[in-house]
Design a protein around this ligand. Structure first.
Ligand code: PRP
Ligand code: MG
Length: 240
């Protein structure tokens, strides 16, 4: 049908990234451990994903919820931040490690959800000491990590130009197999380090999961987004 001039709305690219107010908001959740820890919190926030969500065999990635105004998507933990930064998802649950790595200006993280507690640390082989004390060797240190940007920044701030070996998992193998001198990775119980003959030398940061929102979405749909933030805030306060 022909649209008359007064019904034509011209959207800027930023506004265009945000769905119409009658389409569901998209909440991005990370798969794996954090999803399990987040489930009771989601429930207390009144968000119950459809039955397919817990079906391991389902190939679906986007799910409706009991709330017609909210859909959930299940993505890799690193990708939660990217989906939210680009506005594909307006809200997400994301580890502080991922936020530190990407440092997206489009992301606002209003709530510490207190789940997924761990630390991001430097570790080295237990039987191979001396790197820390020897500035000459430190100046050419190789570090294996899934956090290249965070790691480069950490060492650069201490005057060390680290060579980064970018892996996506099993970092603990890198020093043993001579890919690197050190690793930078998440440590929870420390059993993965111990099992692979490594020891922590320094904690870079303490990590928990955060509720994150896209800043543009918050500006264009403040009522809807703020209402969801407040549901999570209430859920946190009612938790044990
Ligand atoms: C994470 C992390 C460490 C381990 C830390 O790996 O990368 O390897 O858990 O936990 P711990 O201190 O209790 O042993 P994950 O099992 O999630 O797999 P990935 O590294 O392949 O992503
Ligand atoms: Mg690991």
């Amino acid at each position: 049908a022909f649209m008359s001039e007064n019904t034509l709305t011209v959207l800027s690219p930023a506004q265009n990234a945000v769905p119409e107010t009658d389409s569901p908001l998209v909440l991005a959740l990370p798969k794996g451990r954090i999803l399990k820890a987040a489930a009771p919190l989601l429930h207390r926030a009144g968000i119950v994903p459809g039955p397919d969500f817990n079906d391991e065999k389902s190939r679906l990635l986007r799910f409706g919820t009991n709330d017609p105004g909210i859909d959930v998507v299940r993505v890799r933990s690193f990708d939660v931040a990217t989906f939210v930064a680009f506005g594909g998802a307006q809200i997400g649950i994301c580890g502080a490690d991922v936020l530190m790595e990407f440092d997206y200006p489009e992301i606002y993280a209003p709530l510490d959800l207190g789940i997924g507690g761990c630390r991001i640390s430097i570790a080295r082989p237990r039987d191979r000491t001396g790197h820390e004390d020897n500035p000459k060797r430190l100046s050419q240190v190789r570090v294996a990590t899934k956090y290249p940007s965070l790691t480069r920044r950490h060492f650069a701030a201490r005057g060390i130009n680290a060579s980064i070996v970018h892996l996506h998992g099993a970092m603990e193998l890198a020093p043993v197999l001579d890919l690197s001198h050190l690793i930078v990775d998440l440590v929870d119980t420390g059993s993965t380090l111990r099992a692979n003959g490594l020891e922590e030398t320094q904690t870079i940061a303490h990590i928990t999961s955060r509720l994150i929102v896209n800043r543009t979405a918050l500006k264009t749909q403040p009522e809807r987004i703020t209402a969801i933030i407040n549901r999570f805030r209430t859920a946190l306060a009612s938790g044990t």
